[in-house]
Design a protein around this ligand. Structure first.
Ligand SMILES: Nc1ncnc2c1ncn2[C@@H]1O[C@H](COP(=O)(O)OP(=O)(O)OP(=O)(O)O)[C@@H](O)[C@H]1O
Ligand SMILES: [Mg+2]
Length: 244
């Protein structure tokens, strides 16, 4: 469970998050919607305490992590698998080494076990053929899938966090990523997907938050979202509402 209590976050004199409160259960599938620069990535970084709020409290599974030391945060961060906005693969490592990274750093698996795990994960995301390639040799969609495979290596995690998993992808690749995200959903493991791709959000999530001007202007279901009377949210949803 993630709980934000009156979170405020400013940078360079600008209030990015003004007063944010919500509770998300680990099994929920949530989309955080909002335009560019509204603080969506900031919100994910706060959940992992990669950033510290100016005020307010952050709780993860009941534990107040607002002032936790870096050392103690390591075990909190393990509760999440993260796919960052830019994919963030290690440029100088092959796909195999990228996915093997976690196993080498944090487990006692031998080489044979690691190879087996890496192949299994790449098979799961459908890019086994790329195992010996470098990230720069992959398409954007493939990079995104390798990033998901790498995030999947952290087996202990309770929840997935995806930052713009489908942005800049063609519709086919976006569909593949969405299917992958859905495949991972369930069995206690929910996710938070941050996106401005409304179509992808609608096919992925059951609950929707809308961030605007540092506040959560909306928190509700798909039906409530599509029938919203909130002007800013109607504008954000744009033509989509009329088409469906
Ligand atoms: N560490 C930081 N220092 C200074 N400004 C920051 C920092 N982090 C975020 N910002 C600013 O905060 C605002 C929100 O940024 P954020 O990356 O969270 O937006 P976003 O909703 O993820 O946007 P996008 O959809 O473009 O990814 C932006 O104006 C950004 O420039
Ligand atoms: Mg962002």
């Amino acid at each position: 469970m993630i709980r934000f209590q009156n979170i405020k976050f400013s940078r360079n004199g600008r209030e990015i998050l003004k007063n944010i409160s919500f509770t998300i259960q680990s099994s929920e599938t949530v989309a955080v919607l909002g335009g560019s620069g509204e603080g969506k990535t900031t919100l994910l970084r706060l959940i992992l305490r990669l950033l510290r709020p100016d005020s307010g409290r952050i709780f993860i599974e009941g534990e107040d992590i607002t002032d936790l030391s870096e050392e103690k945060l390591t075990s909190v961060r393990k509760k999440f698998s993260i796919v960052f906005q830019d994919g963030a693969l290690f440029d100088s490592l092959t796909v195999r080494e990228n996915v093997a990274f976690y196993f080498r750093e944090f487990t006692k698996f031998n080489e044979e076990q690691i190879e087996g795990k890496v192949k299994e994960l790449l098979g799961f995301v459908g890019v086994e053929e790329a195992i010996d390639l470098m990230p720069e040799e992959l398409s954007g969609g493939m990079q995104r899938r390798v990033a998901i495979a790498r995030a999947l290596a952290t087996q202990e995690s309770r929840m997935f966090l995806y930052d713009e998993p489908t942005s800049d992808l063609d519709p086919m690749s976006a569909t593949k990523i969405c299917n992958l995200i859905k495949k991972l959903d369930g069995k206690e493991r929910g996710f938070i997907v941050v996106t401005h791709e409304i179509f992808d959000a609608l096919r992925l999530a059951n609950r929707f938050l809308f961030l605007k001007d540092g506040l959560i202007l909306f928190d509700g279901t798909k039906e409530q979202l599509l029938s919203t009377e909130i002007p800013d949210l109607r504008l954000f949803l744009g033509d989509w509402r009329e088409m469906h």
